[in-house]
Write a protein that binds this ligand. Structure first.
Ligand code: NOJ
Length: 442
């Protein structure tokens, strides 16, 4: 029992966090280039302009992937690299870059798992009101269609959108690019991105591409610290707004009454057009689940203080709760009676600032090993109970541009030296390699 030989182990990254080469090969700006250039938005004023320089060093990444023995690599396409204006003509130089990446991966026996949209909207489309503009749905479908026609025969696994909540954070809360702060527009943006997902699925089916397509939605299950009505209400409210907003229409076919009535009474309900719900609920081949933790909630200060003193925490002060993966898998299966497989498309942890080094100078990221092995234990348990989970992607291949945390939060199993752009394995990379090897040798 447990992981079988066909189970896919992978590592994950995204274009906006690793590629750099921001102005090279005819690439257009993305909203993250523009947002990062504004003072005070990113830790230490850093930008993704160079990042890990994967645009010029894909071979380095490939060697590191091979070193770990992963079956698959989850990466994303930078929309503005292949379509600098977000629409119209393809930029052949950009397309060629991804062609080289995918071909090299396949040649190495590593399946590319490709995300079309990992938060990096072309700035040219933001200039036309971005995700708030319904036309962006059409532009996304056109972009998707072009990618399927070029790479449909090559790429076996596709995701339309990664963590659509980022659109809400970017348009309602101002915490992410494009840094706008209008609640109703935030709701419209996150609705439109889900409709765009469905339009891309339609384009995929029409293209006749051979692979599978899904969407990646993160679940951060709220946990009421007290068994009181007050804490349960907070839990429900946050569950509804933070992840069910996305999973309900995509996996369940409709928004919840809770969301519709609350947004209506708050005057922030988005426009929903005829056919939107059907599009959002288009049959997909898998559900990509990103799961990092649960989120304890309470209205009571003392309970909160007791929890933060008594709980089980990692060095970065996040709770160590590996059962979160098991809980999330069960939860979505129960809520939506899932009849498609799940891939864990992201799971991982970070250090804030530098990690300890051993005598041989290798980074000793024991916290990461503890975290990942705990999550894999609970994932295996879910699989043993019969839940259909086909793969697990550790976030991330290497330390990279962690959005507003800049280069300060380090998620990699390889350390990136941002001066020399060399990447060296941390202890966790060796550990993950050995873990995978053992499963494959079973
Ligand atoms: C979510 C996002 O998909 C990814 O871009 C981010 O770096 C990780 N989780 C870690 O925060």
């Amino acid at each position: 029992m447990g992981f079988d030989k066909d189970f896919i182990f992978g590592l994950a990254t995204s274009a906006g966090q690793i590629e750099g080469g921001a102005k090279d090969g005819g690439r257009g700006e993305s909203i993250w280039d523009v947002f990062a250039a504004k003072p005070g938005k990113i830790h230490n004023g850093t930008t993704p302009a160079v990042a890990c320089d994967s645009y010029h060093r894909f071979d380095r990444d490939l060697q590191n992937l091979k070193f770990t023995g992963v079956d698959s690599y989850r990466m994303s396409i930078s929309w503005s690299r292949v379509m600098p204006d977000g629409k119209g003509q393809l930029n052949q130089t950009g397309v060629d870059y991804y062609k080289r990446c995918f071909d090299a991966l396949l040649e190495a026996g590593i399946k590319p798992n490709v995300t079309l949209y990992h938060w990096d909207l072309p700035q040219a489309l933001e200039d036309k009101n971005g995700w708030v503009n319904r036309d962006t749905i059409k532009y996304f479908a056109e972009y998707a269609d072009k990618m399927f026609s070029v790479f449909g025969d090559t790429v076996p696994l596709w995701s339309t959108v990664n963590e659509p909540i980022a659109a809400y954070v970017g348009y309602a809360l101002g915490g992410f690019a494009p840094g706008r702060t209008n609640e109703k527009e935030g709701n419209q943006a996150r609705h439109n991105i889900l409709v765009a997902h469905g339009a891309a699925v339609d384009a995929f089916r029409a293209s006749g591409a051979a692979g599978d397509i899904g969407i990646v939605i993160d679940i951060w299950k709220r946990h009421a610290l007290r068994d009181t009505e007050e804490d349960r209400a907070i839990m429900t409210d946050q569950d509804e707004r933070n992840w069910k907003f996305y999973t309900d229409p995509v996996l369940g076919g409709s928004y919840s009454d809770y969301i519709l009535s609350h947004l209506a009474s708050e005057g922030t309900l988005m426009d929903i057009y005829d056919g939107d719900l059907e599009l959002m609920h288009r049959p997909i081949d898998f559900y990509g689940l990103n799961v990092y933790n649960r989120v304890p909630v309470t209205a009571d200060k003392k309970t909160e203080a007791d929890f933060s003193q008594g709980g089980n925490f990692l060095n970065n002060k996040t709770e160590y709760y590996p059962k979160a993966i098991y809980d999330a898998i069960r939860l979505v299966n129960e809520l939506y009676k899932l009849d498609i497989p799940i891939y864990i498309t992201e799971n991982g942890t970070y250090s804030i600032g530098p990690e300890p080094r051993g005598k041989d100078k290798t980074i000793q990221d024991d916290d990461r090993i503890k975290y990942v092995s705990g999550f894999l234990y609970w994932l295996e348990k879910a699989i043993d109970e019969g839940y259909d989970v086909r793969g697990y992607y550790l976030w991330s291949l290497m330390d990279n541009f962690e959005w507003t945390a800049g280069y300060n939060y380090r998620f990699g199993v390889f350390e990136t030296d941002f001066d020399t752009l060399e990447c060296k394995p941390k202890k966790s990379a060796l550990w993950y390699r050995d873990f995978i090897k053992k499963v494959k040798e079973k």
